[in-house]
Design a protein. Structure first.
Length: 135
């Protein structure tokens, strides 16, 4: 039977087993800050469904992880992507065929190095004011 209260007298061997705790008795409010470390988490125990939106920021991603962003100048003139080494990535590589439906939205420009094959059963839509340059 799960305990509703644990005292030091109840812990004879110094451990609290799962069976000693009532269902849902341990909540995040009862776990101190920095108590759980990576070694405490079983492999594959945390899934993306358990991570809140926007909880993982660039500061929390190891420097060794490449996010794949090159160097781009945004429509407002700001630099987007890797402004320190992104310019050193000389070659932009793309596959030569679509694998799903693609839409170039209104007032958007896109480019791809061709030739480009539109796969069977897929559609490439370029809206009225959208533009696609195949280089």
């Amino acid at each position: 039977m799960a305990l509703s209260k644990i005292t030091t007298k109840s812990i004879l061997d110094g451990t609290v087993a799962t069976a000693d705790l009532a269902a849902n008795a341990v909540t995040t409010a009862k776990i101190g800050a920095d108590v759980i470390v990576a070694d405490d988490v079983a492999d594959n125990a945390i899934t993306t469904a358990q991570i809140a939106n926007d909880a993982v920021t660039a500061d929390k991603i190891a420097d060794s992880v490449a996010l794949g962003a090159g160097y781009y100048i945004a429509n407002d003139g700001s630099v987007v992507g890797n402004s320190s080494t992104g310019r050193n990535n000389l070659f932009r590589v793309n596959t030569n065929a679509t694998t799903g439906n693609v839409t170039i939205a209104a007032n958007n420009n896109a480019s791809v190095t061709g030739p480009l094959t539109i796969a069977n059963g897929t559609t490439l839509t370029i809206t009225n004011t959208g533009r696609l340059a195949i280089i």
